[in-house]
Write a protein that binds this ligand. Structure first.
Ligand code: GUN
Length: 293
């Protein structure tokens, strides 16, 4: 039987343990962790993510400081706002929802966030720390989506050593940090991307598949090795004809129907990686708070 990796359920469990930890920290230090959430403009997907992140943070006892800024804000003004958040002692974590509008240099903004408050783990210092650490330790600020994927993998199989893993996608947000995490687990890691040749063949050799390419149902059942573990990071909004009616549907980067026939375990979309990304953001905010004590 193929195991469906229920990210929603795993995230609820992780959130419960974070909530308990925050309750104890609050009793001891008379302060709650604070998270600044910055959104620029009104991209619909970003609004959905920001709403879900702030709701979950409040549920576990994190104080939210939200800034919703106009799409045409200058880079200088945004840097100024971040400078204030960096100095604010009530704020332990800062998250700037990506993507940012064209007039703003995204990397410049990420570099400007105090690395100790980097709730996303995107600052070069935290990227470097993740890269050079041999083990995942409790002080690291780790990019949320890949960390969520790792916890999902480990919910199926604790020891991943020696497994062949393929990561589809080489982004700074998912692909590259995912590779760092899987190297620490002693996997043999391949990163595939748009210029990779013979992708189906390479994929067929993988015990672990992480799909993060943003292409609806690109990974076919034929590409999946029997008994592989498949984690689908994609969230693609498509239109599908169902009973002669065009309907909007959210699908992942994996053809779920085909892949679940081959896989030992697979994460669904929605209800897979998404909730775990949010839970890991709460973990990072709590980690930043504890690191500051
Ligand atoms: N946009 C898409 N994913 C993410 C994420 O994990 N963090 C931030 N800040 N923006 C994103």
């Amino acid at each position: 039987m193929t195991k469906i990796i229920n990210g929603k359920k795993l995230a609820i469990k992780l959130k419960e343990s974070i909530k308990n930890e925050i309750t104890n920290l609050k009793k001891k230090y008379k302060r709650s962790p604070g998270l600044a959430v910055v959104q620029v403009g009104n991209i619909a997907a970003s609004s959905i993510y920001v709403k879900a992140k702030t709701k979950s943070a409040r549920e576990v006892g994190i104080r939210i400081f939200d800034s919703h800024l106009k799409k045409n804000i200058s880079e200088k003004k945004l840097l100024n706002i971040i400078s204030k958040l960096n100095k604010n002692k009530k704020i332990d974590g800062i998250l700037v929802q990506l993507p940012l509008p064209k007039q703003i240099d995204e990397q410049k903004i990420l570099n400007y966030i105090n690395p100790e408050k980097d709730a996303d783990g995107f600052h070069p210092i935290n990227v470097g720390k993740l890269s050079i650490s041999n083990k995942i330790n409790n002080n690291l600020l780790i990019p949320c989506t890949p960390y969520g994927c790792l916890l999902m993998l480990k919910s199926v199989k604790e020891n991943l050593a020696g497994k062949n893993a393929i990561i589809l996608g080489r982004s700074n947000i998912v692909g590259k940090p995912m590779a760092q995490l899987l190297i620490k687990e002693s996997c043999t890691v391949t990163i595939a991307h748009s210029k990779t040749k013979n992708l189906p063949i390479i994929c067929q050799n993988a015990d672990i598949v992480i799909a993060a390419i943003g292409k609806p149902e690109k990974v076919k059942g034929k590409w999946i090795k029997k008994n592989a573990i498949v984690i689908d990071v994609g969230i693609n909004r498509i239109q599908k004809k169902i009973n002669n009616e065009i309907k909007n549907k959210i699908v992942g980067d994996v053809n779920y129907k085909e892949a679940q026939k081959k896989a030992r375990a697979i994460s669904p979309v929605p209800g897979g990686v998404g909730p775990m990304t949010i839970a890991c953001l709460l973990r990072n905010t709590t980690t930043a708070f504890k690191n500051s004590l």
